[in-house]
Design a protein around this ligand. Structure first.
Ligand SMILES: *Cc1c(COP(=O)(O)O)cnc(C)c1O
Length: 505
């Protein structure tokens, strides 16, 4: 058979690929970019933590769709001049807002190589999938899960928690739920978490079709740990009312103050009551790598599933969320779906089943595993554990400084790496809200806020491996300085202090 090449517009021209005409130019430009980004990380202390985006900069990014080509160097200038100076700031050691990891140069380089390979980790037989399986295996062993456990990278813990709810749902109702929906029986299922749990668990119950009312929000003790007796009482009351409790979501590191639920007590309760035991360990679960913290997570090894983020305490660049499930079969039962175009073979590129797409909603998936593999191998878990322990020591240092300053008041017990406090003032909520915004705008540090018992707290979450005592000292000086200004003048920005569910990214 002869293949006739058509003349005319469909004819392929080498100049129409997206590869450069001159690789040397791209190579030189690439080296410049790489050097700039390494300098950015190395010299991050010289920059403000965060800078408000000027109107003219924001306006540049309301441009028309580019129809014509531009020079790569010019496009890069736009990025360097208008994006880089106005990033979130979490690379900076003065960033203490929400719960953000600091990233590393190693993670950045791995991300570049992952993009070069352009691997799709939905499935098929290639080494990138084996790299993900390696990290799954390492994570399994970190938490003492059995050999038949399974795991998968996802965007973040919000997604991992949602997937855990779906696995627990399929385990409770059986696989027909995937054809029929939750139905009348599913409408009776109830789940349990504490009042201090992250808002994404409520969202997961909503998205999974149970509705957020099917999630019971249980009281916490003074350390923000779930009240296990109250949980037990609510489960009994629900059973008596004809409902079907199926899931308990524990927190290992609450987002507002870093509390760890009594995981051993919860795992025993779940075993006795035959409930799925899921742990939201978004940032706290990796505390397992720090010998001083690991005992506080006792019981996590009995979980049915754990959600965690390598992009928080693990310092892997965004995003690198992860779901670990004790029983790999139950995990697969919740998500795998046959399709002719995803047919598996025993040899060739379509071999290597099961595929990651059998374990979650995504088919096309990036190579998040590579930056995590590089991070774990390059630093080793002992060093990563030491970094985690150090953030807690710095939180202790911040606590001591607060207790020594008569103008400052601690608002919650410091349990891990999060410190909530405030400046004493007559109109404390307004003054402290203003102090936080003033400090963010000054570029000195970036704390965030939370509301504890109606009191607006300045919240410092020490997550970044670069943060040091000088950054804590700078935060304290800034709070005292802006606090004095704000409580004298009383004027300034109005900050919304309505109590709202804590949220961290
Ligand atoms: C950050 C966090 C989440 C959400 O995780 P994402 O990775 O932002 O989706 C959930 N729970 C807790 C306790 C968190 O700290």
């Amino acid at each position: 058979m002869t293949i006739v090449l058509r003349e005319g517009p469909l004819r392929s021209e080498p100049s129409e690929t997206l590869d450069p005409q001159n690789w040397d130019d791209v190579r030189a430009q690439g080296h410049r970019m790489l050097d700039d980004m390494l300098d950015y990380i190395a010299n991050i202390r010289e920059r403000p933590v965060w800078s408000p985006i000027p109107d003219h900069v924001r306006a540049r990014f309301r441009a028309e769709l580019p129809r014509q080509s531009s020079d790569l160097g010019e496009v890069y200038r736009e990025f360097a001049d208008h994006v880089v100076p106005y990033a979130t700031g979490n690379v900076h050691p003065g960033f203490m807002g929400w719960v953000h990891g600091g990233g590393t140069a190693v993670g950045m380089l791995a991300e570049m190589m992952a993009a070069g390979l352009n691997a799709n980790l939905g499935g098929r037989d290639h080494m990138p999938v084996e790299v993900e399986r390696q990290v799954v295996e390492w994570t399994r062993s970190m938490f003492g899960f059995p050999d038949e456990a399974s795991g998968i990278f996802v965007t973040g813990t919000s997604m991992a928690n949602l997937m855990a709810v779906l696995v627990a749902r399929t385990a409770a109702l059986g696989q027909p739920v995937r054809q029929h929906g939750i139905g009348n029986e599913g409408a009776l299922l109830t789940a349990y978490t504490s009042k201090a749990a992250h808002g994404c668990i409520t969202k997961a119950m909503d998205i999974a079709g149970f509705g957020s009312n099917a999630l019971r929000s249980i009281a916490v003790d003074q350390f923000h740990r779930i009240d296990v007796a109250a949980l037990r009482a609510q489960i009994s009351a629900d059973r008596e009312a004809g409902l079907k409790p199926f899931l308990v979501v524990a927190s290992a590191g609450t987002v507002d103050i870093g509390a760890i639920d009594d995981l051993a007590a919860l795992s025993a309760l779940c075993r006795e009551q035959k409930l799925w035991f899921h742990v939201d360990g978004a940032y706290g679960a990796l505390g397992i790598l720090a010998p001083a913290l690991a005992p506080r997570l006792a019981g996590i090894e009995n979980a049915d599933s754990i959600a965690l983020d390598f992009h928080k305490w693990g310092q892997v660049p965004y995003d690198a969320g992860f779901l670990l499930v004790r029983d790999g079969r139950q995990h697969r039962d919740a998500f795998s779906a046959p399709a002719a175009y995803l047919r598996r073979e025993t040899r060739g590129l379509a071999a290597g089943s099961q595929w990651p797409c059998d374990l979650g909603p995504d088919l096309s998936r990036g190579f998040r595993a590579l930056k995590t593999w590089f991070t774990l191998k390059t630093y080793g878990t002992e060093k990563l554990g030491a970094v985690i322990a150090r953030t807690c020591a710095l939180a202790g240092y911040l606590e001591a400084r607060i207790l020594a300053e008569p103008q400052l008041e601690l608002l919650a017990p410091v349990q891990l790496n999060i410190v909530c406090f405030r400046y004493r003032a007559a109109d404390a909520n307004e003054v402290n809200g203003n102090i936080v915004v003033d400090i963010q705008e000054s570029g000195i540090a970036a704390p965030s806020t939370t509301v504890l018992d109606g009191q607006l707290a300045i919240r410092a979450a020490i997550v970044n491996h670069r943060t040091d005592t000088c950054d804590i000292d700078a935060l304290i000086s800034a709070v005292l300085e802006f606090g004095a200004q704000r409580s004298n003048s009383g004027a300034g920005v109005v900050v919304n202090v309505e109590p709202s569910p804590p949220l961290a990214m």
